[in-house]
Design a protein around this ligand. Structure first.
Ligand code: NAI
Ligand code: PYR
Ligand code: MG
Length: 442
């Protein structure tokens, strides 16, 4: 079952004679490796240097690929093997930088003391002006207690930092928001809520990330109640938005009425319960759910879903199957029914590989790399910050899902996350609803 999670860069020298790159490619492929990018670094009269990115399933396969290239001979040399993913993380992925140049004493006095004192007084007199004269209105805290980092489990906040930095990088790249990772050295809901409340004046919004269930439900609800800035647990609502978008697209392509389809949700934790709730709130009558925890299944019942006992039973009943358990390979190919939609969303490895599900008869299949909350959270926060909304509401989330589905190319499930337009579409849709909701309250 291919995972392709091991990525390495091979620096290879080949004689400058046609056919040698082909020999290297064949050796890599025959040993089971996939080739990603090939960068020609130098073409000389006698030899050519290239960086070849390869993807392997596991370390054993990587060793086979390396041996195959080393054994080629005929002047083909494997000089170095580097881990590009680790290298990209050296020094961290984000930094805080000044937006102003400080070169002269005049700059110093304007940016810092004594000039800054007047700005402080202005904000003291009119706190709303902090939105204009500070970065608060464009900053979002990315808060984790490290209890459900991707599908890796409770690995602690420090080990979760690369994910939080990743979310911050995506905020910056797609919607120009400053995301600030906050690692909490506690799993106690009271302490989490209290700490986030105390630091909240620094931010225009709070993104809760990779906080495990069930305490994530209480933490989010209490913070939403206590704070007058938008709070969203990404693994719940960001994921639910993108999943709804994907099933809207799948049903449109298949000519099926979504509200009449039956949906099976495997894993009813943070992501799974929110997805099931979103489906029910969207008007889908038949939402089945399975989880190894009886308490999680009972929670589904509270939101109008129907717990089922076994996974094979769920697979039998559902037209659309979504899995968020964190358990790779949980869905057996023989359970897949012809024509089913299978979204196995666990990261870093899905419950069934999309190609395996398609081979087993699924009409559409995707994993958590493509159906990913990266398509949701940047635009959702851009929209609410633009509108100065005090909360993120269900209609805003539905608008975000419909915006993503509306921007999806025919035959695909979701847009490409690097397409900047999708984030703008989401932001615009959320901002529009936020402004409508504000004016209907006034
Ligand atoms: N693609 C995406 O955008 C996203 C993917 N995810 C992925 O979803 C997975 C779960 O994340 P969370 O919901 O935050 O974690 P969580 O810990 O809150 O929930 C996991 C749930 O799966 C259940 N479960 C575990 N093993 C099971 C099994 N063998 N059979 C049935 N149920 C089982 C657990 O009891 C729990 O209720 C992770 O792998 C995460 O990476 C989460 C958020 C976004
Ligand atoms: C994408 C994401 O948030 C997760 O896998 O937890
Ligand atoms: Mg997450």
């Amino acid at each position: 079952m291919p995972d392709r999670n091991i990525i390495r860069s091979l620096f290879v020298e080949t004689p400058s004679v046609p056919g040698n790159l082909g020999k290297v490619a064949t050796a890599i492929g025959m040993a089971g490796g996939d080739i990603g990018e090939v960068e020609t670094v130098q073409v000389g009269p006698t030899s050519t240097m290239r960086n070849i990115t390869i993807h392997c399933d596991d370390h054993e396969q990587l060793e086979q690929v390396l041996s195959a290239v080393r054994e080629l001979g005929g002047g083909i040399l494997l000089h170095t093997v580097s881990d590009d993913v680790l290298r990209a993380h050296e020094g961290g992925k984000i930094q805080m930088k000044s937006r102003l140049d400080i070169r002269s004493l005049a700059d110093l006095r304007r940016v810092y003391t004594p000039g800054v004192a007047d700005v402080c007084r202005t904000i003291q007199e009119e706190p709303d002006k902090a939105r204009i004269y500070t970065s608060i209105g464009n900053s979002v805290a990315i808060v984790t207690d490290g209890t459900a980092i991707l599908g890796l489990g409770d690995i602690g906040p420090l080990a979760g930092m690369p994910v939080m930095e990743g979310k911050a990088a995506l905020f910056d790249r797609f919607v120009g928001i400053s995301g600030v990772p906050i690692l909490l050295d506690t799993k106690d809901p009271d302490k989490i809520v209290e700490t986030v409340k105390q630091i909240s004046p620094t931010f225009g919004g709070i993104l809760l990330e990779d906080i495990g269930s069930p305490h994530c439900f209480e933490v989010e609800a209490r913070l939403k109640e206590a704070l007058s800035i938008p709070v969203m647990h990404d693994d719940q609502h960001g994921t639910a938005v993108v999943t709804l978008a994907a099933v809207i697209s799948a049903c449109q392509s298949a000519g099926v009425q979504l509200k009449e389809a039956s949906v099976g949700q495997i894993g009813l934790g943070a992501a799974g319960l929110a997805i099931a709730r979103m489906f029910r709130a969207y008007g889908i009558e038949r939402v089945y759910g399975a989880d190894k925890s009886e308490v999680a299944k009972e929670r589904l019942r509270e939101f109008g879903g129907e717990p089922v006992d076994g996974l094979s039973q769920l697979m039998e009943r559902a037209d659309i199957v979504v899995a968020t358990t964190g358990v790779p390979g949980l869905i057996r190919p023989e359970w897949v029914r012809p024509g089913q939609v299978i979204l196995a969303l666990s990261n870093p490895k899905p419950e069934i590989e999309p190609e395996v599900a398609l081979e087993a008869g699924a009409a559409y299949a995707a994993d958590g790399r493509s159906v990913n909350n990266v398509l949701g959270f940047p635009g959702i926060f851009r929209g609410v910050l633009n509108a100065r909304a005090r909360e993120i509401t269900h209609p805003m989330l539905v608008a975000a899902a419909e915006a993503i589905a509306g921007y999806t190319k025919k035959g695909e499930l979701v847009p490409h996350p690097l397409d900047p337009r999708v984030h703008q579409e989401v932001a615009q849709a959320v901002e529009t609803v936020a402004i409508q909701q504000k004016s209907s309250i006034q």
